[in-house]
Design a protein around this ligand. Sequence first.
Ligand code: C5P
Length: 238
Amino acid sequence: MTRNKLIVALDFPTLQEARRCVLTCAETVHYYKVGMELYYAAGNEIIAFLKEHQKQVFLDLKLQDIPNTVSRAVRILTRLGVDMINVHASGGLKMMQAARQSMQEQVQTLGITPPKLIAVTVLTSMDETEFEVLNYKTSVAEQVVSLAKLAKQAGLDGVVASPQEAAGIRQACGDDFLIVTPGVRPLGEDTQDQRRITTPAQAIKNGADYIVVGRPITQAADPQAVARAIEQEINFKK
Ligand code: C5P
């Protein structure tokens, strides 16, 4: 069986809407991302619902705080039984190491499979102009690769980045490092607030392991048809 490379972002304000989307796409989509909006609205009920339906879950809460606070939060999230969680790489090496360690301890205590722990590099909504205002001394692409290397050094499993940077990360961090790319838009779709984007096929070609797609599927008149078209595009067009 091929791995599910498509993760659908369930960016909904209510449990009901999220459940409807999951049931509509049930045959095609097997991996879902639960982000801040839905998790703050529906909490662990949406995780339980997805697990009851044998779906994989990426809990995208993008943790960033002092190492002690993040490691304690990761301990709680690890016991939810999700498949992937994340922190911000810009929280620093110590924060990421603390997250990794508390996850390992929790996994050992509970005897469960560890979720993948990945780090957000630079948000895909940010372009060079907006990035410049933050006064980093690098380009977005250099900053992304440098944060990816830091995440690897901290023992994390991979990163979230734009598909435009996937090839550089793959080269710098090797084949076993997971690359998850939002900022994906099928040709002709509205880009909304996303900036550093590619098509689904191009993202996979650039080295992404997973693509995250939200609005092009969740806001479509026929979400299942769009999801199916994306699945076909990424599985057959190399
Ligand atoms: O609707 P759209 O396809 O733009 O959704 C992309 C999803 O990926 C959103 O849930 C967003 O929070 C998330 N994301 C992102 N860029 C990152 C990390 C996560 O767009 N760097």
